[in-house]
Design a protein around this ligand. Structure first.
Ligand code: GDP
Length: 312
């Protein structure tokens, strides 16, 4: 049966460290591909790599993306030939992108290549891109319509966003095994990832949202917003710009209460729950509280255990 987690990048990877320690091969991770892009002809899958590197114990511990002990000589040299080199690709990290691109060019699917990479790093859990097709998160801003990486890295998430869409999602097909795994899982966990940039592109692949909603009673989500702010990244200002409350209740509004019956609010936001009216959402949601700020491995493990033991 096992456990399924829907995941973006850095926020998700922290929780996944705990879940993987508890579950090993019983964990299946369905990963966002909306941030994937091509740089210098190489296919880059940032969320897949953050998760694989984190669980493989080779992530840079300070940045929480890319590899530990990294150098950036190749990207600097590429500046000789390319006018723009704002996307930081480390020298060792490039090996992953070269391998991925090579295998894709040989006709392998993204899921097959992701499996090969995870296997070579010695991981026993299953890591599945949400789809093998191309889904591109596009952000509408005063600087034009930006790809996720342009928005996040080039503009440092500093331009106001008026709309987001997930180009290609409507025609994408879930990776084989994704819908079945969600249907059979003991419980489904929605990681504390950016709802709009990391989880929505997964749910936008036809069939995935319906598969999770069908498991509503056994699906639990964790807030990525604590005390009116994101722990890191643009979640809070995207929520504000797109008209949602910047708190866990705004997160539930955004996802829709039809998606899950259980939601973990950070213990620091206890006041929100004390004031909550029972008919705040169209369907009843069981709110629970825990310390979700995963500052170290101990905290990641505690939250993972809590999610696995939470009575549903
Ligand atoms: P990204 O794709 O690398 O930005 O990563 P994700 O989408 O997976 O995660 C970003 C979200 O994770 C942000 O909204 C953060 O607020 C949230 N986040 C990061 N660390 C933590 C944490 O320790 N606890 C909680 N509750 N949320 C976190």
């Amino acid at each position: 049966m096992g456990i399924v987690a829907l995941a973006g990048g850095i926020g998700a990877a922290k929780l996944l460290e705990g879940l993987y320690a508890e579950l090993g091969e019983d964990l299946t991770i369905i990963v966002n591909v909306g941030d994937d892009d091509t740089f210098f002809g190489l296919k880059v899958s940032p969320d897949l790599d953050i998760i694989t590197y984190t669980l493989g114990g080779i992530i840079d511990p300070a940045r929480r993306w890319g590899l530990a002990d990294e150098t950036f000589k190749c990207i600097a040299a590429l500046g000789t030939y390319y006018p723009e080199t704002w996307f930081n690709l480390g020298d060792k990290d490039l090996a992953t992108h070269i391998f991925r691109t090579d295998r894709l060019n040989q006709g392998k699917s993204l899921a097959e290549v992701s499996h090969e990479i995870a296997h070579k790093l010695g991981l026993s859990c299953t890591i599945l891109p949400a789809t093998n097709d191309i889904v591109q998160t596009k952000l509408y801003t005063s600087q034009g319509v930006l790809d996720f990486e342009e928005y996040f890295v080039k503009f440092r998430a500093g331009v106001p966003v008026t709309k987001i869409d997930y180009r290609g999602a409507a025609d994408a097909v879930p990776t084989p095994g994704v819908l079945e795994t969600i249907a059979r899982a003991e419980r489904v966990i929605i990681c504390p990832s950016n709802p709009m940039l990391s989880i929505a592109p997964i749910l936008a692949v036809p069939g995935i949202r319906a598969a999770v909603a069908a498991r509503r009673d056994t699906t639990i989500a964790v807030t990525p917003i604590i005390q009116g702010d994101a722990v890191k990244g643009p979640t809070a200002h995207l929520f504000r710009e797109l008209g949602y409350d910047v708190n866990p209740l705004g997160v539930v509004d955004y996802y829709g209460a039809d998606l899950f019956a259980h939601f973990v609010v950070d213990a620091r936001d206890e006041d929100l729950l004390l004031e909550l009216s029972p008919d705040r959402f169209p369907l009843p949601v069981n709110f629970t509280m825990f310390d979700t700020l995963m500052v170290d491995f101990g905290k990641r493990l505690e939250l993972a255990k809590y999610l696995l033991q939470y009575p549903i």
